[in-house]
Design a protein around this ligand. Sequence first.
Ligand code: NDP
Length: 459
Amino acid sequence: MATYDYDLVTIGAGSGGVRASRIAASRYGAKVAIVENSRVGGTCVMRGCVPKKLLVYGAHFAEDFEDAAGYGWTLDGARHDWGALVENKETELKRLEGVYHRLLRDAGVTLLEGRGRIVDPHTVEVDGKTVTAGTILVAVGGWPTMPDIPGIEHAITSNEALDLPARPERITIVGGGYIAVEFAGIFNALGSTVTEVIRAGQILRGFDEDVRSTLAIEMEKKGIRIVRECQIRSIEKRDDGTLSLLSDCSEEMETDAVMYATGRAPNTASIGLEDVGVTLAPGGAVVVDQWNRSSVDSIYAIGDVTDRVNLTPVAIKEGMAFAATVFGKTPTPVDYGAIPSAVFSQPPIGTVGLTEAEARKQEPVDIYVSRFRPMKYTLSGRDEKTMMKLIVSRETDRVLGAHMVGVDAPEIIQGIGIAIKAGATKADFDATVGIHPTAAEEFVTMRDPLPDPSFEHTE
Ligand code: NDP
């Protein structure tokens, strides 16, 4: 039998790669090395979920201070220091980086710093040195993509937006996805004039229509300008640093910074995958089977590089399933049903299960919607509405989807996600006692479905 330097070499020390490596080593006794050419922790911890959420917290104080007035507080002279926020955020990231290094060390995983390239199905080259492995796991994630238009070199992505030396007075954000709406909320709350340019008619394609329209209305109420059905054609930098954006919607826009959030692509260029026979999808994702195995028997892939469900907790589940399957001798597929997710926009979104449109394609459904002003905003007078929605199968009474836009939506939907995963019916929701006074109790007190649109048309 061939002997290798390691049982497993993982390329990419992000959330998925680190979890797979730790579990393979500590739970199943494998000899493991992990290759990383940047900071241990990966996109979520270093350039994504974590720093983004810290900025969302920082930004939300602006509204909290305003709301405090209705409760009798006087807060004169509140000012924000962008530099302090970025610096404190960086301190926290360094702490987390240290935690990740310690986790790897404690699990007995060897860290190989450098860029990994696969040279044959059992060999990885790391900055000129080669290591061999029984199994190679590709967990290299993704990277922001930008369209190739004149002047695109003047644009930034979320990577740079997290570390800007100064907050721009005006920022234009291109794209209508998760990242675009989250950063629009951050910069707007901190005082920038924000314009979001989307090529479609509405933000957040793929989300429930009530979620999309509710968030767009709330964002616009907060002063974010959403320019719809518009594409930027070129970016020109003037001598004074101002950026001039030419678009196909007969409008020339001026701004101080332009950020593209137009999607992310798998990081598969030049790591040798195709040379050793690994099949890639047209967008560059590694094609894998239900065991996360690529077209080459000894090479597996998990996380964003496979472009399945690009969320950190999913990459972690895939990493655990990979380790159990390959090193724990327990074939473990990942269950992709009813994955809850959130968008940390302002107000935030929480969602789990089918959208109304998806459910209607599948079967007859009843729709329950509740819109209200959160109690906290009664005294403060803030004009922000919460929207909650349940989609219920008429045949089985099962709740097929739950969606919320409003304060604490991600925290609330996590719990609702357990109920939906467990197959709860609307009767189970109704039988649950609400916690009063909360917004969450609305999910167990929605009594009347909306009139069925198909009946309305025939009347
Ligand atoms: P998304 O795929 O969510 O959105 C991309 C947006 O860019 C869409 O609005 C799309 O428009 C638009 N777009 C694409 N190409 C162009 C173009 N050439 N010109 C103009 N607009 C364009 O990507 P993100 O970058 O926002 O996020 C990437 C992934 O990261 C997400 O899929 C998500 O899985 C993950 N993520 C998750 C978060 C969370 O869970 N909270 C937070 C942030 C990211 P159209 O709709 O017309 O196609």
